[in-house]
Design a protein around this ligand. Sequence first.
Ligand SMILES: [Zn+2]
Length: 500
Amino acid sequence: MTTGLAHLVPYDEAVSRYEPVIGLETHVELGTVSKMFCGCPTTFGLPPNSAVCPVCLGLPGSLPVANRAAIEYTIRIGLALNCTIATWCRFARKNYFYPDMPKNFQISQYDEPLCTDGWLDVMVDGQTFRVGIERVHLEEDTGKSLHVGGATGRIHGADYSLVDYNRAGIPLVEVVTKPVAGTGALAAVVARDYVTELRDLLRTLRVSDVRMEEGSLRCDVNTSLAPHGAAAWGTRTETKNVNSLRSVERAVRFEIERQAAVLDAGLRVVQETRHFHEETGTTTAGRSKEEAQDYRYFPEPDLVPVAPPAAWVEQIRAGLPELPAARRARLQAEWGLSDAEMTRLHNVGAFDLVQQTVAAGASPAEASKWWLGELARHANSRGTELAELPITPRQVARVSALVQDGTLNDRLARQVLEGVLAGEGEPDDVVAARGLAVVSDDSALTAAVDAVIANNPDVAAKIRDGKTAAAGALIGQVMTATKGRADAQRVRELILQRLS
Ligand SMILES: [Zn+2]
């Protein structure tokens, strides 16, 4: 695998000399019960080719019928993204051959998308970037090819390929942004946070389960670079199927570093599709980009136009739930958190987790402290998202309750979290198995206090003379002797009491 270049320009240097422009095309599998143009179920993980019928297999003579729920979901997405909803539009045939597409064309939308011209605000480091939405259109998903025998799972080197048509015909919404300029060094983070915000929005709208790891949310990332002050934007590349939030950021970063090296060498960036490689964080060239004309789009003759009545659209608008941005503003006020804390919660993807932890009984301050502190550190060191850590908000709330009632101090609580993450069970199990509860009963503590006083006659004498600040040294030794399990406040009281 090669990037085609010996060197990359480090990201910070690249964005100091070049202006990046990004664009995102996000495919979302809708969570309807049945497929887009037939009655087959959309359930994930069924045995291969068990959820198929003549329509989604493209057999001769079969006729599609549009799924009303899918159209309603798409309008819901369009309204939440501040789009104009078309009063009349048509599906189009997008013609191309691919083994996982049984009809040899895909029913999509071309020049008449259902929703156009909206926006989504993305907060990055306290700054708001308004990402323009070009269009939201509805299409059908393709089947899935499985390449067998090769080392990489890609077609190159495979012995043979299998096709599963269960996914063929599942309703797919494509959300296409306008080019996003002016983000400078934040380009990669804006790309990631846009997808995060869009994912939260789609989840709130209950139109998709938005699972990137199962492919129900997939991203193509466009990136181009031009020298600062250039009259025109650079040539863009399209990195396909970037399948995690982290990968969105890494793909943009890599393309900026690669394209800067291309431009520095006096070469031209080739307009092409590129593949992102999860293991290395790099992209490699795929096919050069087809033009729209290559697809020979034409209006789908087997479907009637879609003309959603204004009253229906208004009814859908009235039924929209509280959207993430509004919910954040409301909860920030309720929780009394600063803008900086809210931004941080949002950036590390902890907002929902904190909300669920609060719902499970923790205070907002405690809940954000654990998710932003100890648990964020664990997520970082594992290279994973907070939400993917093997710990639930309910368990975090339990640890917080154990701190509140004095069973644990912060240091012990960190060990309990570590135990839960290591699969040792519920917080109470970890406390019992590791013997982590704070020792606050006086009989156990007095023995430790007396031993430390006996071993430190000089310090003890100072405290007797009224220099109580010296007690810190003795408290430290008692904590060491009890492996951090002593109640420090109680130890202090006991030391002062014995030496008064
Ligand atoms: Zn079907």
